[in-house]
Design a protein around this ligand. Structure first.
Ligand code: SF4
Length: 373
């Protein structure tokens, strides 16, 4: 715990220095959302090795910012793993729901997952079981969570909560998962299904209630259960109602997330909210929709995390949904080699020279606040 507190003080110092810098707005807002139980739980995952690695990673990030060229020390402290590309819903801005991937689709193998975790767990602090697809559709999903938990990693996932039967809800608590984000994008069926096409809000609510029931029955402090409300035009009038609903059901928190719109200039699905506070976009003086993001030439994600697709490809971040920028494959090479390879170095360099020239980086949330309470 002592080492954990030192680590948090270090983070706070850095935040105070850089709080006006937009690179840290997302990170800072994320930290603000942690509740006491969750902070204590997170700190319990820190080991000397992990803190040392994180310190090296932070130092090299700041040095790179100062020198304006990429210098990388340490290894990723955070990873996202894609359990499956399959999804039961058809949300309009999601390639998984729209079945529009050009990359192969499938499901991660348990042995491959375990080998990957074995190789990275000494440095890894945070593991998100989410990229594209619905994690609970993977039959071995909770076994993977248990495995990562047994290595002392903070585990999290995001779900549409359509598969949380009583049995699955109990197993979820027993898996040791630390954070469960439940997407609920409307409080009535009519509004919910406008974005969550093919979904049923009653299933989401029943699933959430089962999770909270088993958490209580098993006297578990985890998971930290968060309702996530993606604010789009059809549901923006339900913000107060969903806050009330989260309270009634007993969720630990509710987070409101702004939506990424691919064709934001035309917004063909009419999703950009009228309430500017919940939008990543704004109208300029000519009435044209533009991004609020100033697209500064740096990226925190490129120093602290990356994403592993179900078949082992390592991609820069969750914005590379179709894996257009593969930096290596864990089926052939280790994460440590990939993290320091030429493709990665070139990607970081290119980003620092002109982020707007990289397709995925020209409409992403890096440097922008995407969550609010
Ligand atoms: S899209 Fe580019 S700038 Fe945005 S988070 Fe990913 S790598 Fe960073």
């Amino acid at each position: 715990m002592g080492m954990g507190m030192i680590f948090i003080c270090f983070l706070q110092e850095i935040m105070q220095i850089y709080i006006t810098n937009k690179t840290f707005v997302y990170f800072y807002s994320l930290m603000l959302k942690l509740n006491t139980n969750d902070i204590v739980n997170f700190l319990s995952k820190l080991t000397l090795n992990r803190v040392w690695n994180a310190s090296k990673m932070f130092s090299s990030f700041f040095l790179s910012r100062v020198l304006k060229r990429p210098i990388v020390w340490g290894f990723p402290v955070s990873l996202s793993v894609e359990p499956t590309t399959a999804c039961n819903l058809s949300c309009p801005e999601c390639p998984s729901g729209l079945k529009s991937f050009t990359r192969p689709t499938g499901t991660i193998k348990l042995d491959f997952f375990k080998e990957t975790i074995d190789a990275v767990h000494k440095e890894l602090i945070y593991l998100s079981f989410y990229f594209q697809g619905e994690p609970f559709l993977h039959k071995g999903f909770l076994d993977m969570v248990s495995y990562a938990s047994s290595k002392g990693i903070y585990t999290a996932t995001s779900t549409n909560a359509h598969f949380l039967t009583d049995e699955v809800a109990k197993k979820t608590i027993l898996s040791g998962i630390d954070r469960l984000i439940i997407s609920i994008d409307g409080v009535t069926q009519e509004i919910y299904e406008q974005y969550r096409v093919g979904g049923q809000v009653s299933k989401v609510l029943d699933g959430a209630k089962r999770i909270l029931k088993w958490k209580k029955e098993l006297k578990s402090k985890t998971p930290f259960v968060v309702f996530q409300f993606l604010v789009v035009r059809p549901n923006e009038h339900q913000i107060n109602e969903v806050k009330q609903l989260a309270k009634e059901i007993g969720a630990d928190d509710i987070w409101f997330k702004t939506a990424q719109i691919y064709d934001f200039e035309n917004d063909p699905n009419n999703l950009i909210p009228t309430n500017d506070a919940y939008s990543r976009y704004k109208k300029n003086d000519e009435g044209v929709t533009v991004q609020k993001n100033q697209l500064q030439n740096h990226c925190w994600k490129m120093w602290h995390s990356n994403v592993i697709t179900w078949d082992g490809k390592v991609v820069p971040c969750c914005f590379d949904k179709d894996a257009q920028h593969v930096l290596g494959n864990l089926q052939q090479t280790s994460m440590k080699e990939i993290w320091g390879n030429e493709q990665y170095a070139n990607f970081r360099k290119e980003l620092m020279q002109g982020r707007k020239n990289i397709d995925i980086c020209s409409n992403c949330s890096e440097g922008l606040k995407v969550w609010s309470s």
